[in-house]
Design a protein. Structure first.
Lengths: 468, 557
């Protein structure tokens, strides 16, 4: 049984968590022609924008209702109205997605009522979908904002099919969690298509934030799933949700359209992909293409090659629940011990993590745990860089944000092929670290005592593993 | 202690600001920030501005009192460099929860301050107020005062909740916090007649260190830099400086002016971007110091250093002149940089096709006119769309700007260089300008551009093939639904019998050509086994939708 502990400190040090509204805005970025709008002061948008731009190295649409001190006192109706009209006139979006922030939630702005009023006053907006999601900063975290927003999209945008509508069994709805990258979605799309299935990703970041070169300049998202396609999702044969955060959206879909869903809590690792591929084979009625039989073999071989490096590693990992579960499980299955696990928010998957204790906390907690428990592999987002330098252990960047390395959008962890490459990358980090920091010397074994359980890993240990 | 609205009003009345003195009284009271347009606003909030201005103090703990967004979304994102302490890069926040919003966050803030002092024992803590605690009435001034007295460590309230205004206002509010609580509270270990303050310099990418060796050579001591690579003790004792330079930014003009008023420290506004500006700044510093009693030989020594450095820099830039001949630059940056970099670019032989004057004053504009002639393209405000077009139409060969517009240039497959705060190279002083020219050269003559602009062999135009493909991909699912033949074609390839691999098409054709009515007949005419696929074949014969999913699977769900 995993014990989940909550923070008792008054001061969070080196936050792991990012706020809920930008998680919500992030989901809107996977819609075509969308303009995400944060209802709050301009800083909320500006910080989020900087974070996304530095992560993806792409232009990112994100607007603000620019609440000031005065408008906060008076209530935000006029700002929401002006923002919607301005965006409608200038950017001509196909949809505006609105997320609340700490300020407007503290104030108690009833944005749903505002929207109703705005629609009455401005009939020119009749055809423009406006989706509002309540995402206060002072509750929950990034992935919760994403999950809530996608569920809301399903409730508002998907059409309930008429009784006589014939389902298209080849059409599959895919609801990816925010821990999947555009690269992951591209990989999944190929897999679905190889089974003759037509996937509709909601949201589809691979369409909008994959780094393509558009011909003309637009202020909204370019690419992503169109709202017309979202509307038709009710005709699909199946919904596939990836990550526990998507359960809510998948249930909303089933309730509204009757499309059955299957939730894959993770898609990194051998067994989860076996289940996934077998399921696709079953629903498509096609045998597994030879490509995946080969890729499976390659993954098995990669696991054989890399278990020398990964087996026995003491992993310190800080990530949002779904990513934490995904990566830590895969490494656990290769013999690593999940020694320190820190996450941002409550989730059903935390109980399944292969460790004794998961802390909801910050990177200071992770660094301290990693130090006291002698971890020798660190996985977290880019903000872990300071901790990694101090701990002097190999550091694999995973999650959002990744602002100090290139290619964040194309880091793939799903599928046999994605898992295989991820394993190689982590194992190579370990090898590089051993060469740089743990090369044997004539004195390595002179003062060595046999390693006691939980004691600092001696160099003998490292050398033996390298020989093995 | 003045209230926040009073401080904001005071900042708006800044007499030292050239732009401000030309305004009428009524205009001035409105403040210098344009009214924000909901839905088309860009830029950071006052908290952002205050944090940017003070965060480069390296040995101070910066504690953000607010919900996770304010610090969690923004910490450790500045490129300032430190010569020692790294505490400034640690993110501290009270991470307010719903309970705190209901019951007030003051206790949590006090405990957070204690936690930091217990663990890190910094020389001071800066506490930043944000919107939500300001709304619920958390009195950070009182908490900071109580904590300072209790723990004996200066705890400085920085009252700049995001919603009071723009980033620029935040810079000034940060300055006010320094003036009110920090500057003049300590004494320097020793003083010299060569002590100066640099105000509004953030040591981004360590650029201050491109100039510091020259100061060292001349014996000029930077008593305090606000705030790049600054330390708490330095700013607390900065009132003993002999002169001050306001570096390339009016953001902290209130600090410079009030220090002149209170402590008699004369200041000038200067910049270290470009050869002429660097020389000008050094001359001015020397002049002010001598005026305040430094030995007169400083002026001669400074001139000697200037002559040497200018000659070196010019010699280093010279080889680029023929390469840059006829190359056109679009400069999209604000204020002082709009002209201070211009001179340097011209010296390297580049032609300037436009410069933005959005944040520039009247004098800035005069200087630009003087530098590039009457017909200079002074761009008041250019939308990204226009910038994109200008680059696409090759009216410019390279754009220099801040990070916000970088993708406008890059997505047009045009060379671009970051000259604002997020850049990774340092461009200050004589060394810096040579570096800038080098970087421009690298960007302009990268062989990559030619390949990028080449169309793929299977398409006429390079720039829209991807769009077309995407458009086609987007259309595909719609067609499949709409087109009857397509709808039928896709399932025809579907397997019905897995044991012998027989698809729907084969079975349908067999049924149609032989008028089959039973499963047994189908198995005779095709390879289908009729075992596990029996129900599916029955469905086909009955014209029903086929049950694609075996019962075992549905049970598993």
């Amino acid at each position: 049984m995993v014990i989940v502990t909550t923070p008792k400190k008054a001061c969070a040090v080196n936050p792991l968590k990012m706020s809920q509204p930008i998680g919500g805005a992030f989901a809107f970025m996977g819609l075509r022609g969308a303009m995400p709008l944060l209802h709050g002061p301009q800083g909320c948008t500006s910080f989020g924008l900087t974070l996304f731009v530095r992560h993806f190295r792409e232009p990112v649409p994100l607007q603000t209702t620019a609440m000031s001190e005065v408008t906060t006192v008076l209530g935000g109706y006029e700002n929401v109205e002006q923002a919607i009209l301005n965006i409608h006139n200038r950017a001509k979006p196909e949809i505006i997605g609105i997320c609340s922030t700490g300020v407007t939630e503290t104030n108690g702005d009833d944005v749903d009522a505002y929207i109703k009023l705005i629609r009455e006053k401005h009939p020119q907006l009749d055809k423009l979908p406006l989706i509002y999601v309540s995402t206060p900063d002072f509750k929950d975290a990034f992935q919760d904002g994403w999950g809530k927003t996608v569920a809301r999209m399903v409730e508002v945008l998907v059409e309930a099919p008429a009784a006589e509508t014939v389902r298209n069994p080849a059409q599959v709805n895919v609801l990816p969690g925010c821990h999947l990258t555009p690269g992951d979605l591209d990989e999944l799309r190929i897999i679905f298509e190889d089974f003759g299935l037509q996937p509709s990703f909601l949201p589809d970041l691979a369409g909008s934030l994959d780094g393509h070169i558009p011909d003309h300049f637009t202020a909204t998202t370019i690419g992503g799933i169109g709202i017309d396609e979202v509307a038709r999702m009710g005709r699909a044969g199946w919904t596939i949700a990836i990550g526990a955060q998507m359960r809510r959206a998948a249930e909303a879909m089933q309730e509204k359209t009757g499309v059955p869903f299957r939730l894959f809590e993770r898609l990194c690792g051998l067994v989860p992909n076996d289940d996934f591929i077998a399921f696709l084979s079953e629903i498509s009625g096609r045998p597994v293409p030879s490509r995946y039989r080969r890729q499976r073999g390659q993954l098995v071989d990669a696991m054989l090659d890399a278990h020398f490096q990964i087996g026995g590693r003491r992993l310190a990992i800080g990530a949002e629940p779904d990513l934490l579960f995904d990566l830590s499980s895969m490494l656990h299955e290769m013999g690593a011990q999940v020694t320190a696990a820190v996450t941002t928010t409550q989730s059903a998957v935390l109980e399944q993590i292969k460790t004794k204790e998961v802390q909801i906390g910050d990177l200071e907690d992770l660094e301290e745990l990693a130090r006291t428990r002698d971890c020798d592999l660190l996985i977290t987002h880019s903000h872990g860089r300071q901790a990694a330098t101090r701990l002097k252990i190999p550091f694999y960047r995973a999650g959002f944000p990744m602002f100090d390395r290139l290619g964040a959008g194309h880091q793939v962890s799903v599928g046999y092929r994605g898992t295989r490459n991820l394993i190689f990358e982590i194992a190579n980090l370990v090898i590089a670290d051993r060469e740089a920091n743990h090369a044997p010397t004539p004195d390595s074994w002179r003062s060595a005592t046999l390693p006691s359980r939980g004691g600092r890993r001696s160099s003998i240990d490292a050398v033996e593993r390298s020989i093995a | 202690m003045s209230s926040l609205p009073a401080t904001v009003q005071d900042v708006f009345n800044e007499p030292g600001c050239a732009k401000n003195v030309t305004k009428s009284r009524a205009e001035r009271n409105k403040g210098c920030t344009r009214q924000l347009q909901p839905g088309s606003a860009a830029g950071g909030c006052a908290f952002d501005g205050a944090k940017i201005a003070l965060q480069p103090f390296t040995d101070v703990a910066h504690l953000v009192h607010g919900p996770i967004a304010c610090e969690g979304n923004s910490w450790d994102n500045r490129g300032s460099a430190s010569s020692g302490p790294n505490l400034w890069r640690t993110g501290f926040t009270t991470d307010l929860t719903e309970t705190d919003i209901v019951f007030g966050g003051e206790k949590r803030l006090y405990k957070a301050i204690k936690q930091i002092i217990d663990k890190c024992d910094p020389p001071a803590i800066f506490v930043y107020q944000t919107c939500v605690p300001a709304m619920i009435g958390d009195d950070i001034n009182a908490v900071c005062k109580a904590a300072s007295q209790r723990f004996g460590t200066p705890v400085i309230p920085v009252n700049s909740p995001g919603f009071v205004g723009s980033k620029n206002l935040g810079n000034k509010l940060a300055g006010e916090a320094l003036l009110e609580h920090v500057i003049g509270t300590q004494e320097p270990d020793y003083t010299t007649p060569y002590d100066i303050n640099l105000i509004g310099e953030y040591n981004l990418s360590g650029e201050l260190w491109q100039v510091k060796p020259l100061f060292d050579e001349l014996g000029i001591r930077i008593l305090c830099c606000i705030a790049g690579d600054g330390k708490y003790h330095e700013v607390a004792s900065s009132h003993r400086a002999r002169a001050a330079m306001m570096v390339c930014s009016r953001a902290m003009i209130n600090v410079a002016r009030k220090m002149e008023e209170r402590y008699g420290i004369p200041f000038f506004e200067g910049s270290f971007y470009g050869i002429q500006d660097s020389s000008g700044a050094l001359r001015e510093i020397a002049r002010l110091l001598v005026e305040r009693g430094a030995p007169e030989d400083l002026i001669g020594r400074t001139e000697a250093v200037i002559a040497r450095e200018e000659a070196r820099a010019r010699a280093a830039i010279e080889p680029y002149r023929p390469r840059f001949k006829g190359k056109k630059v679009l400069l999209m940056t604000g204020g002082v940089k709009s002209w201070s970099v211009v001179a340097a670019l011209q010296e390297a032989g580049l032609e300037l096709v436009g410069t933005s004057v959005k944040k520039s004053t009247k004098e800035d504009k005069e200087r630009i006119k003087h530098l590039i002639g009457q017909d200079a393209h002074m761009i008041e405000d250019m939308t990204p769309r226009e910038m994109h077009k200008m680059l696409k139409d090759a009216k410019a060969d390279i754009m220099l700007s801040g990070g916000k517009s970088q993708f406008v240039a890059l997505k047009a497959a045009m060379p671009w260089l970051d000259i604002n705060q997020e850049r990774c190279h340092a461009y200050m002083g004589y060394v810096g300008i040579v570096k800038l020219v080098e970087e421009i050269d690298k960007a302009l003559f990268n062989p990559m551009w030619e390949q990028l602009r080449r169309p793929p062999p299977w398409d006429g135009r390079a720039d829209d093939w991807q769009t077309k493909t995407t458009a086609q991909l987007d259309l595909q699912p719609i067609e499949i639904v709409a087109d009857q033949t397509l709808t039928q074609k896709t399932p025809r390839a579907r397997r019905i019998c897995f044991c012998n691999t027989v698809d729907l098409g084969t079975i349908e054709d067999a049924i149609r050509s032989h008028n089959l009515t039973s499963v047994e007949a189908v198995t005779q005419h095709t390879q289908a086994v009729g075992g596990c696929c029996r129900r599916r074949i029955e469905d086909i014969l009955a014209g029903r939708p086929i049950s694609w999913w075996p019962a075992t699977l549905q049970a598993a769900e």
